[in-house]
Ligand binder design. Structure first.
Ligand SMILES: Nc1ncnc2c1ncn2[C@@H]1O[C@H](COP(=O)(O)OP(=O)(O)OP(=O)(O)O)[C@@H](O)[C@H]1O
Ligand SMILES: [Mg+2]
Length: 426
């Protein structure tokens, strides 16, 4: 029985570096929770706070219902596997895996039996008498995994354990980790910045950006119904089309998404129409994945864009087309501002609230310089191609005139700051 609860956990490193910002999250007993996010978003920091290797600046950590902020690492019954599973170079594979049991003074016959059994499950039983220096990267990572698993802790923490391996080995070991961890039923928190790893391994995924929790849910919920534009863009094997539109409601007949040269009509019968109409006169962002767009005949009168194919790209299992339509695109917005929430704490200009405000102020100055072009400040700065998925046989050639059909059920609508407007269906 083991659960992990993070309650508004914040980490500020020396030098006023805010790494994790008021993050609340729960991993249930036996759950496989994946922390996903870009480099530097605070994944390792969060894992190290759970392990007790890093102090928590503010907020609470509960392990199995017990407040654990100040619990020593050895009292947490946690096993951790890192990207470079550091092994004892002078011990054999057997000696490495057995080490935690020897420290715990387990009976030698049990140790032998357990190590043999585990090494078979991890496909390293033929290397048991070798030293780590003679193993491949994949084998070393299996040994590190074996050493973490051998004493059956209450909680596994894994920090990108596969990121140093080649693609084939990653896929193989990914399946083995999943099978092994699930057979043991141990609660696992697994860090990665690889979306495929997250989607395939997780019971639930928590997505972070810049220390802020963006979304949490099952892989299908997060993929099909992301909470923010950042999440939609991050969980996308191809680039997300993110377009800027003005909302109009002409004579109240329907809701119109106006892209300048193109328009999409949302009828009032669409359950999202009311939420979108609340932004009449304002700008919104429309997210649509390349597989929500498709070539349609020139005469097609359903929702569509019209343009010219600039180039085609071959991806082995499919083709993508880049179609010039003159539609304004938008950069993926940074996470919604959390200052209001922090200001509401009444901590004045001092304390953590004050510090966080200063840090966010610095962040904004930095972002200000990134805006370019005539729409500087509005977040819109270029007209990009629409990326359209064509499947195994391209229906178009470069320079073709192209009508791009839009599957309205697949569009996601966000505010300019990236929050979801159309109500998530979860
Ligand atoms: N000891 C430290 N002192 C100061 N800042 C740190 C320290 N460790 C990490 N940071 C900063 O905190 C932020 C989060 O770092 P962290 O290592 O948790 O990110 P991550 O999501 O694990 O990234 P990656 O995917 O690259 O491993 C980064 O901006 C990093 O520079
Ligand atoms: Mg890391």
């Amino acid at each position: 029985m083991s659960s992990v609860v993070l309650d508004k956990v914040t980490k500020v490193y020396p030098g006023d570096h805010l790494a994790v910002d008021q993050l609340s999250l729960k991993a249930g007993d036996g759950e496989f929770l994946v922390l996903l996010g870009p480099s530097g978003c605070g994944k390792s920091t969060l894992l190290r706070m759970i392990a007790g290797l890093e102090e928590i600046t503010e907020g609470d950590l509960w392990l199995d219902g017990q407040l654990a902020n100040h619990l020593a690492p050895r009292d947490r019954d946690v096993a951790m596997v890192f990207q470079n599973g550091a092994l004892y170079p002078h011990r054999t594979v057997r000696g490495n895996i057995a080490f935690p049991l020897e420290i715990a003074k387990s009976d030698p016959a049990t140790v032998r039996e357990r190590v043999t059994e585990l090494s078979k499950a991890l496909h390293i039983d033929e290397t048991l008498e070798r030293r780590p220096g003679t193993l491949s990267g994949g084998q070393r990572q299996r040994v590190a995994m074996g050493r973490a698993i051998v004493r059956q802790p209450k909680l596994f923490l894994m920090d990108e354990p596969l990121s140093n391996l080649d693609a084939g080995m990653r896929t193989e070991l990914r399946m083995e980790i999943s099978a092994l961890v699930r057979s043991l039923g141990v609660t696992t928190i697994y860090v990665t910045h690889d979306q495929v790893e997250a989607l395939t391994l997780a019971d639930r995924i928590a997505i972070l950006n810049r220390g802020v929790l963006q979304d949490v849910g099952t892989p299908a919920q997060i993929y099909n119904d992301p909470a923010t534009a950042f999440v939609a863009a991050f969980l996308n094997s191809q680039q997300l089309n993110l377009l800027a539109a003005t909302v109009r409601t002409p004579q109240n007949q329907y809701v119109l998404l106006d892209f300048g040269p193109h328009r999409l009509t949302i009828p009032w019968s669409d359950p999202r129409a009311y939420a979108i109409s609340q932004h009449t006169g304002g700008q919104v962002l429309i997210g649509i994945r390349p597989d929500g767009l498709a070539p349609v005949p020139e005469s097609y009168d359903g929702p569509s864009f019209f343009g010219r194919v600039r180039t085609l790209e071959y991806h082995g299992h499919e083709w993508l087309a880049y179609v010039e339509c003159g539609v304004p695109s938008a950069p993926v917005p940074e996470p919604p501002d959390t200052r209001a929430r922090l200001n509401g704490n009444g901590s004045g200009s001092g304390g953590l609230g004050g510090l966080v405000r200063r840090l966010f102020a610095n962040r904004e100055e930095h972002q200000e310089q990134e805006h370019v072009g005539p729409h500087a400040g509005s977040g819109i700065h270029r007209r990009a191609d629409l990326i359209v998925r064509l499947g195994g046989r391209p229906a178009w050639r470069p320079n073709d005139a192209a009508r791009v059909g839009v599957d309205l059920s697949r569009i996601m609508i966000f505010t300019e700051s990236g929050a979801r407007i159309d109500p998530p269906r979860r």
